[in-house]
Design a protein around this ligand. Structure first.
Ligand code: GCB
Length: 597
């Protein structure tokens, strides 16, 4: 899916700003049209929850309405006119004046609504967007709406971050030509110093395709005619972690000697593969240092913010991180584009978090009922999951920064039904992208003995909290458990293994002379060091992603004091003591394993 861009043949109007806003507290489900009579206004892009002081907004279950007026530029007479929502969390219905113009389910991937036949060029219309943050057992991520003793609805969910909702990313109005480029897919490679860019351009309408590839100075390095082909790049400069290099591919659609559509795409030439226990980028072993992150800031919730984007990447660089995982959902496209430009490596995850009744069962790991069952993760859940995977991969497959897809976080891969649930999804992911390795983050209840799906994937990514949820405050015991665990996986499958989560909640400013005191800044450092001592004993081990980059908001709960505090940075991005300890370990590694030459 092409991101809307301003090109010689396409125009773009940004619709961000302050919109009329109202909670829908009515019982019926008829659309709420006409001008919203509401005292409230909400900022877009941002989750709505924390913008208001009223707790009823923060905890709202059901639809909310956003509204503004929009004018279609007068010059767009011969073009198609579309609305693009970069994200509406988790479902949206879009109305143009009184007409339902489009709908979408899935809170973290974009969608278009074609309004060409609804509004003439030059015309103004009332844009109303109903957005629902509700989660059920048929949504991804899943959840459950309960009705309490007082009759109030409550959203229950099975993941450890606040269920922010609303228009968290930008909204656009854009034009595109009737005969147009629909999509572009590139697969890159190289042999010696010759690079290759295999491209496919999907079009609508009869016309010729021409593609050109330019280097960063704008000099033409290759060109070709036809909707499919391979461009060769002499003396290629590869895209490398820490040393990004982007060519620009321009695809043009030509009809009667005229360029009727034109679209540019940044292309990084690089390869990714796994071989035995190794994870290779451009044929060289790569060691991941970094974090699981969240899109999470005060007031904005999950709202995308360019200043935080720039600052977070500055901090990644400062601490020596070369990578992160988009835990636990696809991030804004701006984040991936930034990673492409700055050479940061990304593990791109779907929003499938919480497919695990064992976690709901608590530390016993005993599910209240089976996860893969009619009651919970059923065929409809799986179909929604497939749709999420499709939307993630078709959105992100051209980003050189994305080196691996993570299909789910901590699913019940040890429970009966896991294989039947995941096998078709793995097949689908490989059809959509035959080039990138696949992984999922393995929950601690799924062990090297009882996990049922690891052989379907390419990389073993484990989430382990030895020294926190297990053997909390007892790091010698934690080390022994972790050593046994890693050895077990290594003996079971010959695949690269990495830690996709390990971390300890830490209250900034809490100190102790005894470093086994949990929640202190000293303990966070000691915990990380204990883990690192074990990682460094295994040559098969390919990466460490600390949980989490920064503190983040969670649901109200007795085990969370104002959110999850496992951040190495606070929610407002101040370093805890562990940040400097990580910096000392990670800086200067350049993708090599700590301690290696
Ligand atoms: C996990 C989850 C993550 C949580 C984390 C924690 O295993 O994947 O979403 O936030 O543990 O801190 O408990």
């Amino acid at each position: 899916m092409l991101k809307p861009r301003s090109t010689p043949t396409r125009e773009l109007v940004n619709l961000d700003g302050v919109w009329r806003f109202a909670l829908d507290s009515r019982v019926d489900d008829t659309p709420w049209l006409g001008t919203l009579q509401t005292p409230l206004e909400a900022a877009v892009p941002a989750s709505y929850n924390d913008q208001f002081t009223d707790p009823a907004v923060r905890k709202h279950v059901g639809w909310v309405y956003y509204q503004r007026t929009v004018r279609v530029p007068r010059g767009w007479t011969n073009d198609d006119v579309l609305l693009r929502f970069d994200a509406a969390t988790h479902a949206a219905r879009v109305y143009v004046d009184d007409a339902l113009a489009g709908e979408h389910v899935g809170g973290y991937t974009p969608f278009d609504v074609d309004i060409t036949d609804l509004v003439p060029a030059g015309g103004e219309f009332r844009l109303t967007v109903a957005v629902s943050g509700d989660l059920t057992n048929e949504t991804i991520p899943p959840g459950k709406i309960e009705i309490g003793a007082t009759g109030r609805q409550k959203q229950v969910y099975f993941h450890d971050f606040f269920n922010y909702a609303g228009l968290a990313r930008s909204v656009w109005l854009y034009s595109r030509p009737k005969a147009r480029i629909e999509d572009i897919v590139v697969i890159t490679g190289f042999e010696g110093d010759e690079g290759t860019v295999e491209y496919t351009v999907a079009t609508s309408g009869e016309a010729q395709v021409r593609v050109r590839l330019a280097d960063t100075t704008g000099a033409l390095v290759a060109e070709a005619d036809g909707a499919q082909g391979v461009l060769t790049v002499p003396n290629v400069t590869l895209w490398k972690p820490g040393a990004a290099y982007l060519y620009e591919l321009t695809a043009e659609l030509i009809s009667e000697d005229e360029v009727v559509d034109s679209y540019p795409l940044a292309v990084g030439v690089r390869t990714v593969e796994t071989r035995g226990y190794e994870f290779l980028i451009n044929g060289e072993p790569f060691y991941f240092t970094g974090f699981g992150k969240h899109e999470d800031t005060a007031i904005r919730g999950k709202g995308h913010d360019d200043a935080f984007l720039v600052h977070d990447f500055q901090l990644l660089d400062w601490v020596g991180a070369n990578s992160f995982r988009t835990s636990h959902y696809p991030y804004a496209e701006e984040v991936l584009e930034f990673a492409d430009r700055h050479g940061i490596v990304v593990i791109d995850e779907t929003a499938a978090v919480g497919l695990n009744m064992g976690v709901v069962g608590g530390m016993t790991g005993t599910p209240p009922f089976p996860t893969f069952s009619e009651q919970y993760a059923n065929d409809k859940t799986q179909a929604a999951h497939a749709q999420h995977l499709r939307e993630l991969i078709t959105r992100d497959r051209n980003h050189p920064s994305v080196v691996m897809w993570s299909i789910a976080n901590e699913p019940a891969s040890n429970e009966e039904g896991a294989r039947e649930y995941f096998e078709p999804l793995v097949k689908l992911a490989r059809e959509l992208d035959p080039t990138r390795p696949l992984t999922y983050s393995v929950v601690m209840f799924a062990t090297f003995k009882n996990d049922l799906i690891v052989d379907l994937f390419d990389v073993v990514s484990i989430n382990r909290y030895y020294g926190w949820y297990i053997a909390g405050g007892e790091l010698d015991v934690a080390e022994a458990y972790l050593r046994g665990d890693l050895q077990g996986w290594i003996d079971r499958v010959e695949k690269p293994i990495m830690m996709s989560e390990y971390g300890a909640d830490t209250e900034p400013g809490l100190h102790s002379v005894w470093e086994d005191r949990v929640w202190t800044e000293e303990y966070q450092i000691a915990y990380l060091e204990a883990n690192h001592r074990i990682f460094d004993q295994f040559p098969q081990f390919v990466g460490e992603h600390v949980w989490n980059f920064a503190d983040f908001a969670t649901d109200n709960g007795l085990h969370r004091v104002d959110g999850n505090k496992k951040g190495v940075f606070t929610r407002d991005r101040k370093p805890k003591a562990a940040a400097r300890a990580l910096r000392a370990r990670w800086r200067g590694l350049d993708g090599r394993k700590p301690g290696s030459a």
